[in-house]
Design a protein around this ligand. Structure first.
Ligand SMILES: Cc1ncc(COP(=O)(O)O)c(C=O)c1O
Length: 471
């Protein structure tokens, strides 16, 4: 064998140490400058997409281009081509302006690129993630039996909950799927739930008709009497109820379902209780707000999205459960090529994913840098931002439809401002702020949510001015 015959590494992919250091320094400066422009600029995209698509066509990848040029081009287009979550006048869906420790975590993960499928490949990251999961579970008053893992988002964590509930509901589900059940499977959540549950039902093979959307109480919270009626009627018709999902912080209005009442019904009916706290779960960080989630400790499983109110980078969710045995049963697989196969420890044996990114470092570094106190202050700050918006809107003739204790407002404009959807279109098109239209208890509302940890009073005033501008 002639060892000299080996070609060198492709320099465009693996540059020299000096070139890499130069580009990294340059990139850090460019990103800082772009961030300053984004925070002061329009919130909505400004790009001409027709022109962009034409530009994109010219990337036929026949001739390599300098990485620096491609990076500059990508930064410029991202500046023009997305809704800017890091702009403090983004009052939108639950997408955060990412916190800095989490951004640093992504840099570390990208550099080391650990494979978190197995504890033998990544003993430190696997132990670190399970430490963070236990810390979050403790804030939810789960005991030492809490287990769980990081997921790509609330949808994956919620899907995991349904798989656990089905596995718990019948000893043969694991082998036979829904054929194990004596009748059609049903599971229950409020009609104000995050509607990804329909996709989850489809994915899990129980079918979309398995999802029962229970009525709300007129204030956006699941009505426990209606829940019990639905379960009773389904049982009488030969169906097999398996799970109740209570939402702690509904997507549209930040309402918290009655957690204790749902837990009582789940216990009485011997059903799995999942609490979808994808957004509202962040209240656990605040000593002042965590009481709002009383009852969460009675859940069989919980979803919390760290990439929502904990403001990590996308996508980073947490699934917590007391039933390590069920996770192992649902996701076990046996193979000889994996470096380790330890049930209850190796993430690939306990979760949906196999290869996995080091997501937990994002929340670990945020917690390490800010502590629960700092993370709690960030959450409380969001509630205060919304309080300020609320006072100003009420003073200028708006009505508030929801009474969420969390950081989201559903507001109804005075008649002179015209109908909700046209108003929202105007505000978004102006680039001055970003809000969303939605429906709350049958009424069109402007949904205003604090998601950016740096929103200040000037941003609140700018939002209110944009909302109050007449057509
Ligand atoms: C209550 C709730 N559950 C689930 C989800 C879905 O989470 P993800 O977008 O991270 O998949 C959301 C997203 O907004 C949500 O608000």
């Amino acid at each position: 064998m002639n060892s000299k015959s080996l070609p060198g590494a492709v320099p465009a992919l693996f540059p020299s140490a000096a070139e890499r250091a130069r580009l990294e320094d340059w990139l850090s400066l460019e990103l800082a400058a772009a961030r300053r422009r984004v925070q002061a600029g329009p919130v909505a995209p400004t790009i001409d997409m027709q022109q962009f698509r034409a530009e994109l066509e010219r990337f036929d990848f026949a001739e390599p281009r300098p990485l620096e040029d491609a990076l500059r081009w990508a930064i410029e287009r991202l500046e023009q081509g997305i809704v800017q979550m890091s702009n403090p006048r983004y009052f939108g869906l639950f997408n955060p302006g990412a916190n800095f420790p989490a951004q640093c975590a992504d840099r570390l993960a990208a550099s080391f690129n650990p494979q978190l499928a197995s504890s033998a490949s990544s003993p430190v990251p696997v132990a670190l993630e399970s430490h963070v999961i236990r810390a979050v579970a403790q804030r939810a008053a789960f005991g030492d039996d809490a287990t769980g893992h990081f997921a790509t988002g609330g949808s994956e964590a919620n899907y995991t909950a349904l798989i656990c509930a089905l596995t718990a509901a019948h000893p043969h589900f694991s082998a036979d799927g829904v054929r194990a059940f004596a009748g059609p499977v049903k599971f229950y959540t409020s009609r104000d739930c995050h509607i990804a549950w329909l996709k989850i039902a489809h994915q899990a093979g129980v079918g979309r008709s398995a999802l029962r959307l229970v009525d709300t109480d007129g204030r956006g919270r699941m009505d426990p009497a209606a829940l019990l009626r639905a379960i009773t009627a389904d049982r009488a018709a030969g169906a097999v109820p398996v799970m109740i999902i209570a939402t702690a912080g509904t997507t549209g209005a930040g309402m918290i379902d009655p957690l204790h009442a749902c837990a009582d019904i789940a216990k009485q009916q011997a059903l799995w209780l999942h609490i979808d706290a994808a957004w509202g779960g962040a209240a656990l960080a605040s000593n002042r707000l965590r009481g709002l989630l009383a009852g969460i400790e009675r859940a069989d499983s919980i979803t919390i999205d760290a990439h929502k109110w904990f403001a990590t980078t996308m996508g980073c969710a947490i699934f917590i459960s007391r039933r390590a045995d069920l996770l192992s049963e649902a996701f076990h697989a046996s193979t000889s090529f994996m470096p380790s196969s330890i049930s209850g420890v190796d993430p690939y044996l306990n979760s949906v994913q196999w290869s996995r990114r080091f997501l937990g470092l994002r929340l670990f570094l945020a917690l390490a840098a800010a502590g629960w106190e700092g993370l709690g202050a960030h959450v409380e700050r969001g509630v205060e931002v919304i309080e300020r918006v609320k006072e100003r809107l009420i003073a200028s003739g708006w009505r508030i439809a929801n009474d969420s204790p969390l950081a989201v407002l559903d507001a109804i404009p005075p008649a002179a401002l015209g109908e909700v959807r046209a108003l929202v279109r105007r505000v978004v098109a102006s680039g001055r702020a970003w809000v969303a239209p939605t429906t709350f208890e049958g009424q069109d509302v402007v949904r205003i949510c604090a998601t950016n940890g740096e929103t200040g009073m000037a941003d609140v005033e700018a939002l209110v001015a944009a909302l109050n501008e007449r057509p």
